[in-house]
Ligand binder design. Structure first.
Ligand code: PEP
Length: 260
């Protein structure tokens, strides 16, 4: 089985103007050591209006974080007022694009079909999608968590080649744990991430399943990061609220230094 490098991603959502974004990325660079970067890939996902500022800061100050985006359109150009094309992000050296976040699915009506088009567009622009999947509380209580996630994975990755699936990131994010302070237990998170990997194995084969990186997301904090991150099928974390504060995001990145 291949070694999967952990990826810890900060989703800033619709927070921070470009001055505030600049300050956060600089503060974060003071908190993160060379050893941290050697052990973990780190990506930050500012709002679109901050991306150019953050890019310039990362490159000028040689800060070894990957730049990320939170969304994009699936078309490469055209009459899509208010949208941003994947190639525009690639030109800013964006490496990772979050696709199908539950807030986009729930608030902006993104279906698996739309998410599938976005995954392909991001891959086509030579960036890495972070594909988000996860169930609602009602679905979990009805015993439908696995089937919901399986449907989302098969739909969102329809007709994506096995070698591309191997290269991407899937974030399992139970919707009831996002921004609620309620985290899935490490046991439940591991079980669902194992399900994600099993679905990938069944459809795309062993190499894709062994190489795809699976993040857990949903109220990840410094206090629970180590227990989550040391589960065998959890290869990283997608962090919302706790990524807006340099010290807390850094402590999550440094999960391996904390006692379990
Ligand atoms: C997220 O935005 O994907 C997320 C998991 O948010 P939070 O960490 O705040 O729950």
């Amino acid at each position: 089985m291949s070694e999967r490098r952990p990826l810890i991603s900060g989703n800033w959502k619709m927070n921070l103007n470009h001055f505030e974004a600049l300050r956060l990325v600089q503060e974060l660079s003071y908190e993160i050591s060379r050893d941290d970067v050697d052990a973990v890939d780190i990506s930050v996902h500012p709002p679109f209006t901050d991306i150019r500022t953050v890019q310039t800061t990362l490159e000028t100050d040689r800060i070894p974080f990957f730049l990320g985006a939170q969304n994009c359109h699936h078309e490469s150009s055209g009459a899509f007022t208010g949208e941003v094309a994947p190639s525009m992000l690639a030109k800013l050296n964006v490496a990772y694009v979050i696709v199908g976040h539950s807030e986009r699915r729930e608030l902006f009506g993104e279906t698996d079909e739309i998410v599938n088009a976005k995954v392909k567009a991001v891959l086509g622009a030579e960036m890495t999608p972070i594909l988000c999947v996860g169930e609602t509380l009602e679905e979990r209580e009805a015993g439908e968590a696995e089937s919901k996630v399986e449907t989302q994975i098969r739909g969102s990755l329809a007709r994506v080649k096995a070698e591309d699936v191997a290269s991407l990131v899937i974030a399992y994010e139970p919707i009831w744990a996002i921004g609620t302070g309620r985290t899935a237990s490490a046991e439940d998170a591991q079980a669902m991430c194992a399900t994600v990997r099993a679905v990938v194995r069944d459809k795309w084969g062993d190499t894709a399943a062994d190489e795809v990186r699976i993040q857990y997301g949903g109220s990840v904090k410094p206090v629970n990061a180590a227990e989550l991150m040391t589960q065998p099928d959890i290869d990283g974390a997608l962090v919302g609220g706790a990524s807006l504060e340099a010290a807390s995001f850094a402590r999550i990145v440094q999960y391996r230094l904390h006692d379990l």
